[in-house]
Design a protein around this ligand. Structure first.
Ligand SMILES: Cc1ncc(COP(=O)(O)O)c(C=O)c1O
Length: 442
């Protein structure tokens, strides 16, 4: 008998699910079988309002026609072309389209397939860049506590989320970390950028003094730290980081895997904060999350440092089988078309005030110890249950799912980042239902 795959997976054992409490899930599975615009459909036929744009990636909402059609068309026309020593036109077209919306001063695109790969790529380019310029001793990489830069070895080395690091040995050598910027005593319930904490960037001077600038290749930070629980950069912080890195000849990498493609109301956070890094890592919203794709964006200074030596020689010994995959490129172009035609970055900017007031209306509800927001992103931090960290927020996540909204939790923080097509009425529904969940939470 043919199984109805939509509703009845036969056995849940084989699939070892990522970043999931597998045993809990398999006892009480939560399955999505369809999606359209702002909603998922569950296997038991319910509609769930997407408060997280999938995993911070479906910025244009779900099953959008331009993207679906572009993928179908491309799959029938040129399914795959070798990524090395061969090209195909839409890979170049997409790169130009990305540069059109990138900050002035960013001019080159290196394709990857995920945020994690973008991070590894950017870190490797940073080290190789200095070597190409005759500064081969610059190999150290500086990340930040609580940073999330994906799950590969470079990314978890510069990252600062302890659970993502502690099971995996000694990681990369020659890595140091800036302090995180979460100052709840000073900044709790801030709307937008917090006032306090710019001075935390000065810690980079201490790290430089400790190791010597001539040993440091790059500093990588998320301009707004998402996965750790939505931490906004304090006012003046990113500007300081830029000034100090520049002063010491250190590259600055913004990990824009979440902030890229409209989340803060500009194409990129670099534009939102008016701070130009040397490289930006992207993924997620590049293809609306529909097809795996990432990209590292660089300045001409970084790119041009490699463009020497004999012309028949490969300049950068790095790349992936699927770099610039035609179907991913088609999805990317259609995604950028959708953002542009529907003015979605501007829409995120316009909705910011409404979103801010809505999410801050949860202040005063049980267990809420902080609320933070910017663009169409926000977090509600809960007081952990003593001795049982993460349990309270996870329960909120389960209750929210039952109530018909998808939220995300990390530690005891609830993070939300809805598709940029969300309406005011849907913001009211999302926040209203979350409020009900919090009121009834133990
Ligand atoms: C800032 C940042 N960098 C990198 C990544 C990793 O991306 P991926 O899961 O596509 O490898 C993420 C994912 O959430 C992210 O938020």
């Amino acid at each position: 008998m043919a199984l109805d795959r939509k509703t009845a997976p036969n056995d849940l054992n084989a699939f070892w699910m990522p970043f999931t409490a597998n045993r809990q899930f398999k006892k009480a599975p939560r399955m999505f079988v369809g999606a359209k615009d702002m909603h998922y459909t569950t296997s038991d036929g319910r509609q769930v309002l997407d408060g997280t744009a999938g995993l911070w990636c479906c910025n244009a909402g779900h099953c959008r026609p331009l993207i679906t059609e572009a993928i179908q068309r491309q799959a029938a026309e040129l399914d795959y072309a070798p990524a090395f020593q061969m090209g195909h036109p839409i890979a170049f077209e997409l790169a130009n389209r990305i540069i059109d919306i990138a900050p002035k001063g960013i001019e080159h695109v290196f394709y990857t397939n995920s945020g994690s790969e973008s991070v590894e790529t950017a870190l490797k380019i940073a080290i190789a860049y200095h070597r190409a310029r005759g500064e081969g001793a610059r190999t150290r990489l500086i990340g930040r506590e609580r940073g999330y830069h994906g799950v590969n070895f470079g990314g978890i080395s510069v990252g600062g989320i302890v659970n993502n690091r502690k099971m995996f040995g000694t990681l990369l050598a020659g890595v140091d970390h800036l302090p995180h910027t979460h100052l709840p005593d000073l900044n709790a319930f801030t709307k937008g950028q917090p006032e306090h904490g710019a001075n935390l960037a000065d810690d980079l001077e201490r790290i430089v003094a400790l190791h010597g600038a001539e040993t440091i290749a790059a500093v990588i930070v998320e301009p707004m730290a998402g996965s750790t629980g939505v931490l906004m950069p304090p006012k003046g912080y990113l500007e300081k980081l830029r000034a100090i890195t520049k002063k010491h000849g250190i590259l600055l990498i913004f990990d824009e895997v979440i902030t890229g493609f409209g989340r803060l109301g500009s194409a990129f956070a670099a534009q939102h904060f008016d701070v130009l890094p040397d490289m930006m890592t992207t993924a997620k919203g590049l293809t609306n999350g529909v097809i795996p794709m990432g990209a590292v964006l660089t300045t001409p200074e970084v790119h041009d440092a490699f463009m020497n030596g004999p012309e028949h020689m490969i300049e950068l010994f790095h790349g992936y089988t699927y770099s610039g995959n035609p179907i991913a490129c088609a999805a990317g172009i259609a995604t950028l078309d959708t953002y542009r035609e529907e003015g979605l970055f501007e829409r995120a900017h316009e909705l910011e005030g409404y979103w801010q007031e809505a999410i801050h209306s949860l202040r005063g509800l049980p267990h809420v110890i902080d609320i933070r927001n910017m663009g169409l992103i926000g977090a509600v931090e809960l007081q952990p249950i003593p001795g049982e960290p993460t349990k309270r927020a996870f329960q909120a996540f389960l209750d929210a799912y039952e109530a018909g909204i998808l939220i995300r939790t990390t530690g005891d923080i609830i993070a939300m980042s809805p598709p940029l097509i969300i309406s005011k009425a849907e913001i009211d529904t999302l926040i209203g239902k979350l409020g009900d969940v919090l009121k009834n939470l133990k």
